[in-house]
Design a protein around this ligand. Structure first.
Ligand SMILES: Cc1cc2nc3c(=O)[nH]c(=O)nc-3n(C[C@H](O)[C@H](O)[C@H](O)COP(=O)(O)OP(=O)(O)OC[C@H]3O[C@@H](n4cnc5c(N)ncnc54)[C@H](O)[C@@H]3O)c2cc1C
Length: 303
């Protein structure tokens, strides 16, 4: 019987484990990927908003986290697939057949990029479909591109691509872009950027790589094809909560927690982006992990 099982080794899960060690709790972290770090692997921009340090990008910050993680005393199993979880019993069953049990459970499974779900999206991954303009825009320099989404991330990526691409078409389903005003003002001032609102990208086409997209403007109008060599999709994220959703209170898939980061199931905590739909940040994730560990320690010490 462990004190704490932590599911997910992004910033929230790692911080929880680090604090568990600090507080003398016996913790095990289960991570499905080969590597720890979660979304930090997808942060290509400089991180200037983590108080007390600046990092060149997510990998750089992860290196610093790893130094602390390596010196702490907790167990970490990567490439671990969980087949089911019984939250009330605090029992985790692994695909390998092993059953694990703890006094407290901390869920820190984060979020993943939302997919459009259109033909061509998976097929052309890495073949003209890019994930980040910061990282990949030079691959598309001199080419026409299409960006899907209407929030800050889509707008920011469209602006970065506009620095190197002759045309950038931004396709957004809603009536108005949701991006912050400075981004929308910049989009309007760039002649090479065309914004299609109330429109949907319905297909990505090509032979060996992206060559065109199909766009459906307002319902009723005929879809049209646009020749592009690159596509970037930024339509938000989805919480990784499918494994637990039926067993605890959620709202739009996000886990509902109280100020101690405890869910409606006693001694089951949720920390990081999966319980923070409004303001997900690295500092929020690490802070939530620290709070959860302290609450668990105080409950166990009171017994
Ligand atoms: C492009 C980009 C730029 C960003 N820039 C900033 C920034 O400048 N500043 C900032 O503060 N934040 C930034 N963020 C947000 C920040 O990365 C997140 O807030 C943070 O990573 C959340 O940490 P987390 O631990 O909650 O979740 P995640 O980082 O999503 O980690 C979750 C972990 O759980 C694992 N997992 C999922 N399901 C399971 C399962 N069933 N079993 C086991 N493991 C599982 C995942 O593999 C992953 O390792 C950025 C994010 C992106 C994508």
């Amino acid at each position: 019987m462990l004190d704490v099982i932590i599911i997910g080794a992004g910033p929230a899960g790692l911080s929880t484990a680090f604090w568990c060690d600090e507080l003398g709790l016996d913790a095990l972290v289960l991570e499905q990927s080969e590597e720890i770090g979660g979304q930090l692997h997808r942060v290509y921009n400089p991180i200037n908003n983590y108080l007390g340090l600046k990092a060149r990008n997510g990998e750089d910050l992860l290196e610093r986290f790893t130094a602390d993680v390596d010196s702490a005393d907790f167990d970490l199993w990567t490439q671990t697939s969980i087949s089911s979880v019984d939250l009330k019993a605090k029992r985790v069953s692994l695909a390998s057949g092993e059953d694990l049990q703890s006094i407290a459970l901390v869920i820190a499974t984060g979020v993943r990029p939302r997919e459009l779900g259109v033909p061509g999206e998976k097929e052309f991954a890495g073949k003209g479909m890019i994930e980040s303009a910061t990282r990949d825009r030079n691959l598309l320099a001199g080419q026409d591109v299409c960006v899907v989404g209407g929030g800050d991330a889509a707008a920011e990526n469209a602006l970065l691509l506009a620095e190197v691409c002759p045309t950038v078409t931004l396709v957004h389903r809603g009536k108005k872009l949701r991006a912050r005003p400075e981004f929308t003002a910049n989009l309007q001032s760039q002649h090479c950027i065309t914004v299609f609102t109330e429109s949907e990208l319905t297909r990505i086409m090509g032979r060996d790589r992206v060559e065109a997209v199909e766009i459906q403007r307002k319902q009723g109008l005929k879809p049209f094809q646009l020749a592009v060599r690159g596509v970037l999709i930024r339509i938000g994220v989805e919480p990784n909560t499918e494994l637990f959703r039926e067993q605890l209170e959620t709202e739009n898939g996000y886990v509902v927690v109280n100020s101690q980061h405890e869910t409606n199931v006693p001694m089951v905590f949720a920390v990081g982006d999966l319980s923070n739909p409004v303001g997900p940040t690295i500092s929020g994730a690490t802070g939530a992990g620290a709070t959860a560990a302290k609450v668990i320690a105080s409950r166990l010490n009171a017994k």
